[in-house]
Design a protein around this ligand. Structure first.
Ligand SMILES: CC(C)(COP(=O)(O)OP(=O)(O)OC[C@H]1O[C@@H](n2cnc3c(N)ncnc32)[C@H](O)[C@@H]1OP(=O)(O)O)[C@@H](O)C(=O)NCCC(=O)NCCS
Length: 200
């Protein structure tokens, strides 16, 4: 339930909407995506940068467990979870991007991964920009807290390109072992100004 003290980012999220970008359709994650996640996700180059709640080696029922948790999180309004698909082939997901309701603690509002086959083409930049637009314009969130392992150059770069400010670096353990977690703040006003500047 929303109370007077809730900020927009603490209110329950709506059902995950379909979002379009120039090359992608972001559609709600669905149970039929489970086999594709089990096939595409368990790669060391993906999981090594993620939080250790991701089991490694990845179990045979890893995607099914993830799906059950995701479906519940979406139903509670704790997350919007999108299957990243190429326009024209919305059945086949190539990655996931999620927006997490602010729990007031974790300072980590967004997560994403994309199959290495599709990396390095600017696709996650495109997906992240669209989800950011949804958070700031549709949901009226005032800011996004974002994180990554410091050696995760692609994820670091996406935040930099969006105009986020690196506010803290803390020792942290990822699936790949001890590392440093970078914590970023992306403010709506700064993002809007940057966007207006690009358009102009
Ligand atoms: C991080 C990740 C989502 C990036 O996806 P992507 O679609 O390859 O990203 P983009 O193509 O939009 O690239 C974003 C920027 O990062 C740069 N980049 C991406 N991967 C890079 C790498 N391995 N080394 C150096 N730069 C890299 C790109 O050049 C681009 O910057 P530019 O526009 O200045 O050239 C992807 O590598 C991935 O899924 N990694 C595994 C999971 C993960 O780390 N998730 C995030 C956890 S915080």
């Amino acid at each position: 339930m929303t109370t007077e003290t809730d900020t927009p980012s603490q209110a329950p999220l709506p059902p995950t909407p379909v979002l379009q970008t120039a090359r992608l359709t972001l559609r709600p994650l669905e149970e039929s995506d489970t086999p594709t996640i089990q096939r595409r996700f368990p790669r060391w180059e993906i999981v090594r940068h993620l939080a250790p709640r991701v089991l490694w080696p990845y179990p045979d029922d890893g995607a099914a467990t993830y799906m059950a948790i995701s479906v519940e999180a979406m139903a509670r309004g704790d997350a919007c979870q999108w299957a990243i698909t190429l326009q024209g082939d919305t059945a086949e997901m190539i990655g996931i991007i999620e927006l997490r309701r602010d729990d007031g603690v974790s300072r980590d509002h967004r997560g994403f991964w994309i199959d290495p086959e599709f990396q390095g083409r600017g696709l996650m930049t495109e997906a992240a920009d669209r989800v950011t637009e949804f958070a700031f314009l549709d949901l009226q969130w005032p800011r996004l807290w974002l994180t990554n392992a410091e050696d995760n150059i692609g994820s670091h770069r996406i935040k930099e390109k969006q105009g986020a400010t690196l506010v803290e670096r803390v020792p942290w353990t990822f699936v790949g072992g001890p590392n440093v977690k970078e914590i970023w703040l992306l403010e709506r006003d700064a993002w809007m100004q940057r966007r207006a500047g690009k358009a102009g």
